[in-house]
Structure formats: structure tokens, C-alpha cells
Ligand binder design. Structure first.
Ligand SMILES: NC(=O)C1=CN([C@@H]2O[C@H](COP(=O)(O)OP(=O)(O)OC[C@H]3O[C@@H](n4cnc5c(N)ncnc54)[C@H](O)[C@@H]3O)[C@@H](O)[C@H]2O)C=CC1
Ligand SMILES: CC(=O)C(=O)O
Length: 313
């Protein structure tokens, strides 16, 4: 393991709303850091969340502490998880949030400066791929230290749906959603496997309807939000798992949004995650249709970035 022992580590959660508090709660249940700092300009909400979450640490079986803090302190943490930002309203896409959330991101990063040179900045707020691109610019950190949760959550959802359809445990299924964490995402079916065996060799098209499953995966966030107003526990678990990969230098491969040199932007491809962030990107040999869809996803994101850059001038 690189660096200091994980339980002396500090994780800042910037944005103490639905998502920030769910991430903090996952980090309490699966303790990997000594301190969790909550940062939010709504100080009453922030303080109440800190107290409620702290109550979940006093049962005597965890050493994790939770407290309210300011942006400056977040800048000195080992991991800064950025959830600050508006969530989608009914009918909005994730990219519709760019105008509101880019301003919030810019201010939150400015307020956190100076940022520790070894800090990892993990983007969660949407549109996560576009915000990751801008966070790399705003923070001044090396690109490998700034990445987004991306399609890790979509891939977990896909595995869950495949597990239900196939009667095989999600942990025995390898299947990635790649590209945008949003409407232009794609499933890399050509690389999906069950127990290491290609999916197509185990199940027929009739047993596994790929189009229906990809659509259900893409629509899952909207389907949940329709009834409960937001999604929080899924991303809570996923973001806490990424924090563990970082602090324990686990080197797991996860589909996260990171810098793509050939495309000049950030989107999700599998990457090795460790204490220095993105240790390396894993190239995937997509088939022609998947490659076309990935390029489409990149083009969508490029348009959103270009519009946002125009607005900034
Ligand atoms: N990447 C993913 O898979 C997921 C991303 N999200 C995204 O996470 C974001 C947060 O969603 P919710 O927690 O449901 O929203 P929320 O409205 O419950 O919480 C957002 C919080 O950010 C705070 N905030 C605003 N400006 C801030 C600043 N400068 N510094 C610190 N905090 C600031 C607000 O005061 C608010 O408490 C949204 O953009 C949502 O779309 C949500 C679920 C999954
Ligand atoms: C809201 C969101 O991005 C999700 O749950 O996937």
C-alpha cells in the first residue's frame, strides 16, 4: 500500500445533500477513513447531516468520525468527493444541468484551493463526464488524480439486471456500460462474460434481450427518481467503493470517467484505480457498432463542452 495507513485518511464530501450523505453513510458502514468531512454552504443542513451521520458511528463498532468543515479543509484531504450541484428535475437530462453545476463546481474548487498535491478529486455531480473535464482544468491537479464515477453505477445496474435475468450472481458477471454516464451510453456486449465465458456462449438472444436490458439500464435512474425524487444509495455504494480502491491502492479495474487522450475529453472506459488515481486506462477492442456508438457518445459530450466553454467566455 502506498502512503499513510488508510484509517488515518480524510475524505471530504463536498455537497451534503441526498447523494453526499448517502456516500458518507456508505463510508461509515464500510470504514476506510478516519475522518469524513461534510462541506455545504447550507450550513444548517450540513450540520444536521453531520450530527445524524455521527449518530451512526457511536454504536461502538467503528472508528470513523464525521464532522462539518469548510472548503479550505476539503482541499487538504486525501480524497475530495464532489457531489455539489443540482439534481435533475423531471424530464431533464444530466447534460441539462451543465449551466447550473459548472458554476457550482468552479466556485467549490476555487474555495478549496490550495488543493493538496496528492489529493484525488472524485467527481459525482452531473453531468459527471463534462464536470470531470472542467475539474481537471480548474483544479490544476494531474489528470490522473481527477476522475468521475462515470458508468460504474450504470455497469453495476447492468450486472444487477443480468443477474436477475440469468439466475447467476452479479459478482460472477463481467459487463461494462461505457461512454457517457447519460443518454448516449453503450453496453460493450462484445466483452460481456459470465464466469469468464463469453455471454453469447452461455445464453441465447431469446434468454438475454440485449436491447431491452441496455434500455432498462439506461432508464433506471429516471425510473427510481420518478417515485422517490432522486437516486442516492446506488451512487453511495459505488463512490465509497472507488474511495476504497484509492486509499487501499487496490488496483481494481472499474469503468470510470477519465481523460481520453485520443478524444480530448473524459468519458468512461475501464481503468485501474489506485492511490495515485487512474493508474492506467485499459483499452477495449470494441466491435464496429460499439466503436461507432462510443464515437457518438464522445461527440455528444464534445458539443456540451463546447457550449459550456462559449458560455464561460
Ligand atoms: N454520478 C452519478 O452516478 C450520480 C450523480 N448524481 C448527481 O449528484 C448531484 C447531487 O445530487 P443530490 O445530492 O441529490 O442533490 P441535493 O440538492 O440533495 O444536494 C446538493 C447539495 O450541494 C450543495 N452545494 C451547492 N453549492 C455548493 C458548493 N459550492 N459547495 C458545497 N456544496 C454545495 C447544495 O447546498 C446541496 O445541499 C446532482 O448533480 C446529481 O445529478 C446523483 C446520483 C448519481
Ligand atoms: C442521477 C444519476 O446520475 C443516476 O442515478 O444515475
Amino acid at each position: 500500500m502506498h502512503g499513510k495507513a488508510a484509517l488515518t485518511s480524510k475524505i471530504a464530501v463536498v455537497g451534503a445533500g441526498e447523494v453526499g450523505s448517502a456516500i458518507a453513510y456508505s463510508l461509515i458502514l464500510n470504514p476506510i477513513a478516519g475522518d469524513i468531512l461534510l462541506i455545504d454552504p447550507k450550513t444548517e443542513v450540513r450540520d444536521a447531516q453531520a450530527q445524524d451521520l455521527s449518530d451512526a458511528t457511536y454504536h461502538g463498532n467503528t472508528s470513523t468520525r464525521v464532522r462539518a468543515a469548510e472548503h479550505k479543509e476539503a482541499g487538504q484531504c486525501d480524497i475530495i468527493v464532489m457531489t455539489a450541484g443540482a439534481a435533475q428535475k423531471k424530464g431533464e437530462s444530466r447534460t441539462d444541468l451543465i449551466g447550473r453545476n459548472l458554476k457550482i463546481l468552479s466556485k467549490a474548487i476555487e474555495d478549496a484551493k490550495p488543493i493538496h498535491e496528492d489529493a484525488i478529486l472524485l467527481l459525482v455531480a452531473n453531468p459527471v463526464d463534462v464536470l470531470t473535464y472542467f475539474a481537471q482544468k480548474f483544479s490544476g491537479l494531474p489528470k490522473a488524480q481527477v476522475f468521475g464515477s462515470g458508468t460504474f453505477l450504470d455497469s453495476a445496474r447492468l450486472r444487477g439486471i443480468l443477474a436477475q435475468r440469468s439466475g447467476v450472481a452479479a459478482s460472477s458477471i463481467d459487463a461494462y456500460v461505457l461512454g457517457e454516464h447519460g443518454d448516449s451510453q453503450l453496453v460493450a456486449w462484445s466483452h460481456a462474460s459470465i464466469g469468464g465465458v463469453p455471454l453469447d456462449q452461455v445464453f441465447t438472444e431469446k434468454e438475454i434481450d440485449k436491447k431491452a436490458i441496455a434500455d432498462e439500464t439506461k432508464q433506471k435512474a429516471a425510473a427510481i427518481s420518478e417515485s422517490k425524487g432522486a437516486t442516492s444509495y446506488g451512487i453511495g455504494g459505488v463512490a465509497a467503493s472507488i474511495c476504497k480502491s484509492i486509499l487501499f491502492d487496490q488496483r481494481n479495474i472499474r469503468p470510470v470517467s477519465h481523460w481520453q487522450e485520443d478524444l480530448g475529453l473524459c468519458l468512461s472506459m475501464p481503468a485501474v484505480i489506485g492511490r495515485e488515481g487512474i493508474v492506467r486506462s485499459i483499452p477495449v477492442n470494441l466491435n464496429d457498432e460499439e466503436r461507432k456508438n462510443l464515437e457518438g457518445s464522445a461527440n455528444n459530450l464534445k458539443e456540451v463542452i463546447q457550449e459550456a466553454e462559449k458560455d464561460q467566455q
